[in-house]
Design a protein around this ligand. Structure first.
Ligand code: AMP
Length: 128
């Protein structure tokens, strides 16, 4: 694990390569993959919170969305494009939600950036 801190005290670039999504990317543990390209992998959440619950993850090592730098802009945009594509592919293209948890206090439990794509049921607002 490596750490670097900005002047504002933000921890950027901390990444533990032994996290579970890194192992999925490395092919060390299986996943129910619904999409793969050169920049990302999308697979079904093992504990789905909706009839459709897919995670879209980048292939590069980034722990949290707030760690992203300007150079990651195209990759972040690509994750959202794939989220929409996956939603359409899964039959929920008319109503779905995209969620990114940043930090343990916001519910993040796996520290490899991931986009949740949820659909197939009523989604309350505001979210919990
Ligand atoms: P978060 O709480 O935002 O970090 O989301 C992590 C998500 O990863 C949770 O919804 C978990 O159910 C999911 N998850 C954990 N391990 C696996 C796995 N091996 N395969 C698929 N999804 C997983």
């Amino acid at each position: 694990m490596s750490d670097s801190y900005d002047q504002d005290g933000c921890n950027r670039g901390s990444y533990d390569p032994s996290n579970i999504f890194a192992k999925i990317l490395a092919g060390e543990i299986p996943a129910d993959v619904v999409h793969e390209d050169d920049r990302c992998l999308a697979f079904r959440d093992i504990q789905p919170q909706a009839p459709v619950h897919v995670l879209v993850i980048p292939k590069l090592q980034l722990a949290k969305v707030g760690d992203a730098q300007a150079e990651h802009g195209a990759m972040l945009g690509h994750l959202l494009l794939v989220a929409g594509q996956v939603a359409r592919q899964e039959g929920v293209g008319d109503a779905f939600r995209v969620v990114i948890n940043h930090g343990a206090d916001a519910g993040q439990s796996v520290f490899h950036l991931h986009v949740h794509v949820l659909g197939g049921r009523d989604l309350a607002w505001p979210p919990g």
